[in-house]
Write a new protein. Structure first.
Length: 125
């Protein structure tokens, strides 16, 4: 996976490879199976990509083909960062066995903790 210039097709020069440890943490966070450290690493990557006006190119297709693209996004209502898949007729799809083939899991650790904390805060119903 790579950080790429915003609005690019993900090919050519200027791609910044993600370290394997960061990629693995991002995948675990995206599919909702990561630990707190994975979520923090994923959110940090998405924040930095958004600030740096970068997108994330997936490596699930063979070399030389334009990669599927993920864009960093901020959901203001939930005050959280997430990845959005760019899908359109002119964008390549992720491979069906790619973790980014489906939408991002929404039950993140911080959401679960917030729900638990709110439940404790409000008390039993």
């Amino acid at each position: 996976m790579w950080l790429i210039a915003r609005y690019s097709n993900g090919c050519g020069k200027g791609r910044i490879p993600l370290p394997e440890a960061v990629r693995n943490a991002l995948v675990r966070w995206y599919i909702g199976q990561g630990a707190r450290a994975d979520e923090e690493a994923g959110i940090m990557l998405v924040q930095q990509a958004r600030i740096g006006e970068k997108w994330i190119a997936c490596d699930c297709l063979p070399p030389g083909e334009p990669p599927p693209i993920l864009t960093p996004a901020f959901l203001s209502e939930a005050e959280t960062y997430y990845l959005r898949r760019l899908t359109s007729t002119d964008r390549p799809e992720h491979q069906p066995d790619c973790p980014f083939f489906r939408e991002q899991a929404t039950n993140r650790i911080t959401e679960v903790w917030t729900q638990v904390w709110i439940g404790v805060e409000k008390g039993p119903r």
